[in-house]
Design a protein around this ligand. Sequence first.
Ligand code: ADP
Ligand code: GLC
Length: 485
Amino acid sequence: MHIAFAASECVPFAKTGGLADVVGALPPELARLGHQVTVYLPLYASVHPYLISPWKYAVRSITIPFESYNRFVGIVDGGQRNGVQYYFIDCPELFDRKELYGTKTGDYPDNAERFGLYCRAVLEATKQLGVPQVFHVHDWQAALIPVFLRTVYYLDPVLGNAGVVLTIHNAGYQGLFPPITTQRLLFPWEIFTMDRVEQYDNFNFLKGGVVYSDMLTTVSRKYAQEIQTPEFGEKLDDVLRKRAGDLRGILNGVDYSRWDPATDGNLAAHYSADNLAGKAGCRTDLLHAFGLETVKEFTPVIGIVSRFATQKGFDLVEKIAPQLVERDVAVVALGTGEPNYESFFREWAFRHPGQVAVQIRYDDALAHKIEAGSDIFLMPSRYEPCGLNQIYSLKYGAVPVVRATGGLDDTIEEWNAEKGTGTGFKFEDYTPEGLLTAIDHALAVYEDKKSWKKLMLNGMARNYSWEQPAREYAEVYEEVARRRA
Ligand code: ADP
Ligand code: GLC
């Protein structure tokens, strides 16, 4: 089957979070299963190093009407990698920027045009380069593909029969714009109603995708349930409940060719479940990278790698910060995002030199070093559709302490001292006490070297490769194709 992926992020070309890891890893796995897979991405500034110069255009110019003028986009042929064909939508005025979605001062003001045009360009490109049986579109940035397909392109003889699967990686980001967006993107005003793309007087990209796609998926079973409730549905719970019969939860896999301490090229030493010795070298290397060389040998290191967003629960960390540093622990954090969390971490580190350290930036190699050098990995998320870092942590023997929500709940099993089972520590209630109790539990088990080793090895033995999830996605594509036929 031919599947065309449309997404705003993909490793190694452009990344702000887990979406990029998923869109980087799932297509090659589908190709291994024998499918034909094409990936369409915007040509951001970060893509340039991956393109052969001079660029090879697959299509030189496609006309995309917007408002009262036209944009002209090229489709750059990114070639084949691991059996997958990559194409880039070239529109320098909209995409040749350093950041993907905005700067420190806020989102780019033309995001509706940027991603509206991107969606239309993907449809137009496939008409020239090969219409897939199924479009697999990801998050709000690609969610207008089904809306265009079933409205403006409804009568198109070559596109008409293609199916669409929308994956919601995070319902907290929906792409909300003023009503006039309907007209600017040249949609008929009929679609601006509450049962289609309108959301309380806003044009909502993600809602459009939910309404017009053939099937929907999200990235864990628990989150698939959660988003149908007012607590987690981000005001889309009612439309999602209406589509419950077409919604599947498919847990993300992880790419062990990038995330395995036995082979990871970013590490000072290698290790595996059979021989843990190298982990000590990784810890020394990590402490050095954070200027924490004086941390004692048996002091547990707590690691954090995250977008600093409200979703991630760092308001809880802020509330327990004074108590946490009274314990015998060291904390290393890597992240960027909302200024209030950045300044919390900066100040916390400033007040506790030698115990707490933070680096405010995006650094892939350092993220790997943290997984390898930490004893405990902290993810106290308010909500978490899947979460990849805790799954990486399992493989790296950094025991996760997580909130029991979404994919965190699905992937981490509570430690059971009597049976010697489980892979980490969870807390239910979103409270500072809940988090501190879970950390204290972890610290108590850490004291007992034998139990701790068992706990680490339990996690390292878990397998979250993409093979099984890729098969589940293939079943969804088959079902969509069957329905369309
Ligand atoms: P989300 O997609 O919500 O950010 P995930 O846990 O699914 O959460 O994925 C986050 C991904 O982004 C992981 O691969 C993680 O290593 C990476 N990441 C997040 N922040 C940083 C950072 N500051 N530096 C390097 N990698 C980061
Ligand atoms: C989103 C979610 C995260 C998930 C990732 C990949 O960014 O916040 O939980 O792992 O997408 O699906």
